[in-house]
Ligand binder design. Structure first.
Ligand code: SF4
Length: 71
């Protein structure tokens, strides 16, 4: 994804079975190669990982957007 991946959008290289189709391919981004799954972030399954990711996305919103939800 040349211009980056927006939050909440699946990577175009993710297969319907949730596998990276670039795994083992030189075109796979270095960041993806470097990422090591950790229980603190990924939990024990996909659902737990998605909950944690949603929490992090909310916590990283710019202050103005985060405050709108508090009104
Ligand atoms: S590992 Fe990287 S390239 Fe592969 S599906 Fe996930 S985000 Fe996309």
């Amino acid at each position: 994804m040349p211009n980056g991946k927006p939050a909440g959008v699946s990577c175009v290289h993710l297969s319907p079975s949730m596998r990276c189709i670039l795994f083992g391919d030189a075109r796979r981004p270095d960041l993806c190669d470097a990422f090591k799954a950790e229980r603190e972030f990924c939990g024990d399954n996909r659902e737990q990982a998605l909950v944690r990711l949603a929490q992090l996305e909310l916590q990283s919103l710019p202050d103005a957007l985060a405050l709108e939800g508090d009104v």
